[in-house]
Ligand binder design. Structure first.
Ligand code: ADP
Ligand code: ARG
Length: 342
């Protein structure tokens, strides 16, 4: 493999950190699952508009290709190679009274974590047999959930297009055909091995074998962020008693994209900020101050509709889960104040 063509206008972290020297040092390396540098960078090489541009095929990728991953992790999370990751899932430590009890701004709240099964390759390097085994083990684990978390699993294979599209439109299900995931092999054998578990109210959901092997999700209408977090924590603990997940003391929970390492948590609200949105510089000054990310309302790489945005924590590694939600909460309080003042 030769040094890839990376156009000057490319602003991804891949383009920033894949220098010819780094490339030469890594180009012949492979993890024990056979994951190569070419696979690590293919998504960012094929999708020049990537923000990041790299994925890991297994936990070992983060070590084998550390000359590329470490600076990307440092820039995205502000996390150094000598830092360690700490977890805190105690809802009592979260200071988050509903910032919008009248429901004037916050449409809905969602908090998700990514998880991958211990001692299995991650999605980009997994075989079809291993993926099917992950699905079977996860579905069996989920079948033990009780009370509010009790629900059922629907495989994507055999789901009607109408049901699939309505679940996507209502923000419950992952999209199909993502080009970033496609280029790293995350869509191989689609739709086999993929599916969604949810309770009857769709306040608790698990995506199986999308970007990560599990995306554990708690969501509901309105701004009761603490209730959403508390439900998620109960679910994580119950599932963790059934399935062991990949975790290490330095990088926390291991995920296929380096942006999700650590807590693997994205806590978001869909929030109407039509006035603030007319001044994107002022909007971004607040979101930068609170380490927030702005997305559109149909998920990543989508646009806002009617002045409603998806606002979430940006950092996930080197901070605890409580701090990740607190980042989002404090920022949302500031955004609501700014909107009210206009
Ligand atoms: P992820 O959160 O899994 O990284 P996306 O940004 O693609 O990925 O979002 C997944 C789905 O979750 C999308 O349909 C998105 O609209 C929905 N979503 C995210 N945040 C919220 C929220 N606060 N309320 C309702 N739906 C949400
Ligand atoms: N690979 C894509 C990019 O670089 C997505 C990165 C972060 N999002 C994610 N879903 N992992 O733009």
């Amino acid at each position: 493999m030769n040094y890839p063509k990376l156009p000057k206008e490319c602003t991804s972290l891949l383009c920033k950190y894949l220098t010819p020297q780094v490339f030469d040092a890594l180009k012949d390396k492979k993890t024990s699952n056979g994951f190569t540098l070419e696979q690590t960078i293919n998504s960012g090489v094929k999708n020049i508009d990537s923000g990041i541009g790299v994925y890991a095929g297994d936990e070992e990728s983060y070590m084998t290709f550390s000359a590329l991953f470490d600076p990307i992790i440092k820039e995205y999370h502000g996390f150094d190679t000598s830092d360690t990751h700490q977890s805190n899932l105690n809802p009592d430590d979260l200071n988050a009274p509903n910032p919008d009890p009248k429901g004037e701004y916050i449409v809905s709240t969602r908090i998700r974590v990514g998880r991958n099964v211990d001692a299995m390759p991650l999605g980009p390097a997994i075989s079809k047999e291993q993926r099917d085994e992950v699905e079977a083990r996860v579905v069996e684990g989920l079948s033990t959930l009780k009370g509010e978390l009790a629900g059922s699993y629907t495989p994507l294979l055999g789901m009607s297009k109408e049901v699939q599209e309505s679940l996507i439109k209502d923000h419950f299900l992952f999209k199909e055909g993502d080009r970033f995931l496609d280029a790293v092999g995350l869509n191989r054998n689609w739709p086999e091995g993929r599916g969604i578990y949810h309770n009857s109210d769709k306040t608790f959901l698990v995506w199986v074998n999308e970007e990560d092997q599990l995306r554990i999700i708690s969501m509901q209408q309105g701004g009761d962020i603490k209730e959403v977090f508390t439900r998620l924590v109960t679910a994580i603990k119950s599932i963790e008693s059934e399935v062991t997940f990949a975790y290490n003391d330095h990088l926390g929970y291991i995920t296929s994209c380096p942006t999700n390492l650590g807590t693997a948590m994205r806590a978001s609200v869909h929030i109407a900020l039509p006035k603030l949105a007319k001044d994107m510089d002022a909007f971004k000054t607040i979101t930068d101050k609170y380490h927030l990310q702005i997305r559109g309302i149909h998920g990543e790489h989508s646009q806002s509709e009617g002045g409603v945005y998806d606002i979430s924590n940006r950092r996930r590694l080197g901070i605890t889960e409580v701090e990740a939600v607190q980042d989002m909460y404090d920022g949302v309080v500031a955004l609501i104040e700014a909107e009210k003042a206009l």
